[in-house]
Design a protein around this ligand. Structure first.
Ligand code: PEP
Length: 252
């Protein structure tokens, strides 16, 4: 069994102003003053805060990610942001294929795959999100949907260094609802099986698979203890340092 260092990543979505750096400073201070967690810690702020947060978190053990990027190289694409620009601003990773991007911006597996390629080409880590909607779950299609998204969204050059998978059931995002630990275990085991089948045992067992969807301090330990759950992608509960640190506690 390959040892995988867990990752707890906070997705700030479209939240945060320059003054929000106070929460990042508070988190950095908590990480320094409390026992060091046995996990990596990451924050994905909106584009506008990446450079500031990267500066603030230098040498704190917190890394910074983008929430999306263009699949294209820099050029005449008004409003888009290239992966190389995120790297230049201090990001080390980019979330791609978040369900809010798939739903609100009609991103397909093909788009997500192309974005992950751009992330890799910029030397960054792609955090590739997959997960079923509630109607898909109700129809018993969860495993087929997740397998299809993995196969279409994850590029062939993915490995444990350049790629992290995040399983986020869409119906659990921002709703306060979570799957049972048995359901999380089943989906994560299926994801692991897909990764091993496609990339071989060494790479497939080394890739981290995060769970996301209404993770909070009260349920983090239980969810993080599930087999093949290698950390969390956290939305709402990552905005306040105390809440996020309470989730990181699962690894102290
Ligand atoms: C997310 O948006 O990635 C997420 C998991 O959100 P929340 O934790 O708020 O459900």
């Amino acid at each position: 069994m390959t040892a995988r260092r867990p990752l707890v990543a906070g997705n700030w979505k479209m939240n945060g102003l320059r003054g929000s750096v106070a929460e990042v400073e508070a988190l950095a201070s908590a990480l320094q003053q409390r026992p060091a967690p046995a996990c990596d810690v990451m924050i994905a702020p909106p584009f506008t805060l990446i450079a500031q947060f990267a500066h603030t978190t230098a040498n704190t053990g917190i890394s910074i990610a983008g929430q999306d990027c263009s699949a294209l190289a820099p050029g005449a694409h008004t409003g888009d942001v290239a992966a190389t620009m995120l790297a230049d601003a201090g990001a080390t990773a980019v979330i791609v294929g978040h369900s809010e991007r798939r739903q609100d911006h009609f991103e397909t597996d093909e788009t997500v795959n192309a974005k992950a390629h751009a992330v890799h080409a910029a030397g960054l880590v792609a955090i590739i999100c997959v997960g079923e909607t509630e109607p898909e779950r109700d129809r018993g299609e969860t495993l087929d949907v997740v397998k299809g998204q993995l196969s279409g969204s994850v590029p062939d050059n993915a490995d444990a260094v350049n790629t992290v998978i995040a399983y986020e059931p869409v119906w659990a995002i921002g709703t306060g609802r979570t799957p049972t630990t048995d359901d999380v275990e089943t989906v994560h085991a299926t994801i692991r099986e897909c990764l091993v089948t496609r990339f071989g045992a060494e790479k497939g067992n080394a890739m981290r698979v995060l769970y996301g969807g209404s993770v909070k301090a009260a349920n983090a330990s239980e969810l993080m203890a599930v087999a093949n759950v290698d950390g969390a992608l956290v939305g709402g509960a990552s905005l306040r340092a105390a809440d996020f640190d309470g989730i990181i506690d699962a690894y102290r």
